[in-house]
Design a protein around this ligand. Structure first.
Ligand code: ATP
Ligand code: MG
Ligand code: ZN
Length: 495
C-alpha cells in the first residue's frame, strides 16, 4: 500500500515561481543567484506556514543543481531530485527546538568543517533557531563570523525578536509576510481543482479567512474539508468541518444589532457559548463577516439595507478594539455581550445621498432612529469623524458613570461645533437635563480628554432649543429640513 502524503507536502513548491506572496524575497534571491553573489548566512523570519522552509530548500537546489548555480534549478538532475525527496547529503536540516545546546552546535561545527560527499555547497537550515541557548548562540556566532567557504546557513524562526542582535547582524534578513487572503483563496481553488473537487468560491474564501495568513494552515484545512464533504464543497461544509460559527448565526446577530434587538443578541451569545466555539475566534470570524458585508455594499450588493457603510465601519472598530481586550477579560462572555450591546446602541448614520436616493425610489428606510447629516455629502468624511468623536465621548462616559452616560444618550441632539459641545434636551427629558447640568464639569473634562483639546459644554432645555433651531434652520438645505421632519431625526452635526 502506498503511504498517503498530505496536501501541504504534495504541493510544496518545486520552483521559485510557485512560491506565492513572497515576491519581494524571491526576486532578491534569484538576483543573488544569477550574479553568483550569495551571502553565507540568511535569516528567514515570519509566522508559521508562509514558505520559510520551502524557500530554504529551493535555495539548496539552486546552489547545488548539477547545471551550475542558477536562479532556475532544473529539477531533473540527481541533486535537485534528491533535495525534493529529502535525501540529499549536502542539505542538513536541524530543529533548533530539540537541539538547543552547546554540544549540538559543536557537533554541527565538526560536521560542516568538511565538504559533503555530494554537492557544491552544504546548506544548513536551523529551524526555530530562537530556541538555542545562550552558549549555543555564542558558539554559532563564531561560525557565522568565519564560515567555511562551502557552507550556506539558513536560520529560520517564527520569532526573530528573540534572537541576539549579534546573530541578526551577521545574516541577510528576509521577513516572510503573511499570505494575503485573496492569494490563499486562489491557491485553495487551484489545489481543489487539481485534486478533482469542485469548490464554491465562498467556501475557499472561508478557508482562506480561517487560515489567518498561513498557507499551510489553509491547505491542511482543505484536507479536512475534503474528507468531510460529499461532492461539491460548500461554505457549510467548511463551517462544519472546521467548527466555525455558521454565517447564518452571524447574519442573525447583525440583524439583531442593527435593530437593537438585545434579547436576540444575548440569546445568540448563549448559543455560541453552548456550542463550545472559542469567543476570540468568533470575534475574528465575525469581523471577517462584517468586512465581507461592507465590501459587498461597496460593490453594490446589499445584504443589510438597514446598515450604512459608516455603521459597519463603526462596528468593525468596536470589534477590533474588543478582540484585543477579550484576551485578558476575566469573563470573556460578558465582555462579548457588552461589545455587541454597545454596537446595538450606536446611533445609525445614514448617508444623505443614499437617503434621498431611497426616498426618490419611494422606499422609506426601516430604521426608526436615524441621524441625518445636515450638509452635503462631500463633507461626509468630516461628519463621520464628528460622529466618531461623539461616540468616543459616549464610550468614555460609560466607563466613568452610569447616570452621566445615560443622560448623555438621552439628549435629543448632540452637536459638536469646533470646541463647543452642545446637548439639547426636550421638555420630557428635563430629569436628564438637570443631571447633565450637575455633572457638566465631568463631561467637560472627559470630552477634553477624549478629543485632546479644551472643550466648552453647553446644555439646553426645550425652550432655548427651539429658538436656536429656527435660527439654524434659516438658510439650511430644504431637503434636510424635509428629511428631518419626516423622520423626526436626531442629528449629529458640525459646521
Ligand atoms: N509562500 C508559499 N507559497 C507556496 N506554498 C506555500 C507557501 N508558504 C507555505 N506554503 C505551503 O505550506 C507548506 C509549508 O510551508 P513551509 O514549510 O515553507 O512553511 P514555514 O514557513 O517553514 O513554516 P514553519 O514556521 O511552520 O516551519 C508548503 O509545503 C506549501 O505547500
Ligand atoms: Mg519551516
Ligand atoms: Zn538540477
Amino acid at each position: 500500500m502506498e503511504r498517503y502524503i498530505p496536501i501541504a507536502r504534495r504541493y510544496r513548491p518545486k520552483t521559485f515561481s510557485q512560491v506565492v506572496g513572497q515576491d519581494h524575497i524571491i526576486r532578491v534571491l534569484q538576483n543573488q543567484l544569477s550574479t553568483g553573489r550569495v551571502p553565507h548566512a540568511f535569516l528567514f523570519s515570519g509566522t508559521r506556514g508562509v514558505g520559510k522552509t520551502t524557500t530554504a530548500r529551493l535555495l539548496a537546489k539552486a546552489l547545488n543543481c548539477e547545471k551550475g548555480i542558477t536562479p532556475q534549478p532544473c529539477n531533473q538532475c540527481r541533486a535537485c531530485k534528491a533535495i525534493d525527496q529529502g535525501n540529499f547529503m549536502g542539505l542538513l536540516e536541524i530543529d533548533g527546538a530539540s537541539n538547543r545546546g552547546i554540544d549540538e552546535v559543536r557537533n554541527l561545527q565538526e560536521i560542516i568543517s568538511q565538504r559533503a560527499l555530494e554537492g557544491r555547497f552544504r546548506v544548513v537550515i536551523i529551524d526555530e533557531v530562537h530556541m538555542l541557548t545562550q552558549e549555543a548562540f555564542n558558539a554559532l556566532l563564531k561560525t557565522l563570523e568565519e564560515p567555511p567557504e562551502h557552507v550556506v546557513f539558513v536560520l529560520a524562526t517564527t520569532d526573530y525578536q528573540k534572537l541576539p542582535v549579534t546573530i541578526i547582524s551577521r545574516t541577510v534578513h528576509f521577513h516572510f509576510r503573511e499570505i494575503p487572503q485573496e492569494i490563499i483563496k486562489e491557491n485553495i481553488m487551484e489545489i481543489s481543482e487539481k485534486e478533482g473537487f469542485e469548490i464554491e468560491e465562498g467556501a475557499a474564501e472561508l478557508i482562506a479567512q480561517s487560515a489567518e495568513g498561513s498557507l499551510r494552515d489553509a491547505q491542511t484545512a482543505l484536507e479536512k474539508v475534503i474528507a468531510f464533504s460529499q461532492g461539491r464543497i460548500t461554505r457549510k461544509d467548511v463551517e462544519q468541518a472546521l467548527g466555525l460559527v455558521p454565517q447564518e448565526l452571524m447574519g442573525k446577530i447583525t440583524r439583531a444589532v442593527a435593530e437593537g434587538d438585545r434579547k436576540e443578541i444575548l440569546s445568540a451569545v448563549r448559543n455560541i457559548v453552548l456550542q463550545g466555539y472559542s469567543l476570540r475566534r468568533f470575534v475574528r470570524d465575525y469581523m471577517g463577516f462584517l468586512r465581507r458585508v461592507l465590501m459587498g455594499k461597496i460593490a453594490g450588493k446589499d445584504e443589510f439595507p438597514g446598515l450604512s457603510k459608516e455603521d459597519l465601519l463603526r462596528y468593525l472598530n468596536i470589534l477590533l478594539e474588543g478582540e484585543y481586550r477579550l484576551r485578558n477579560a476575566p469573563d470573556p462572555r460578558v465582555y462579548l455581550e457588552l461589545m455587541l450591546l454597545r454596537m446595538s446602541f450606536l446611533r445609525h448614520v445614514v448617508d444623505l445621498e443614499e437617503l434621498i436616493d431611497s426616498l426618490l425610489k419611494g422606499k422609506v428606510p426601516e430604521m426608526g432612529q436615524i441621524d441625518v447629516p445636515s450638509s452635503a455629502s462631500r463633507e461626509s468624511d468630516k461628519k463621520s469623524q464628528v460622529a466618531e468623536e461623539i461616540t468616543n465621548i459616549e464610550m468614555a462616559l460609560s466607563r466613568k458613570s452610569a447616570i452621566l452616560s445615560t443622560s448623555f444618550k438621552e439628549a435629543d441632539r448632540v452637536v459638536l461645533k469646533g470646541d463647543i459641545l452642545s446637548l439639547f434636551y426636550s421638555g420630557d427629558k428635563s430629569f436628564y437635563y438637570r443631571k447633565m447640568n450637575e455633572k457638566k464639569e465631568i463631561l467637560r473634562s472627559v470630552a477634553g480628554e477624549v478629543l485632546g483639546r479644551s472643550i466648552e459644554v453647553e446644555i439646553h432645555l426645550a425652550g432655548e432649543e427651539s429658538a436656536e433651531k429656527t435660527e439654524e434652520e434659516e438658510g439650511e438645505d430644504p431637503k434636510v429640513l424635509l428629511l428631518r421632519r419626516i423622520f423626526k431625526a436626531k442629528e449629529i452635526k458640525e459646521e
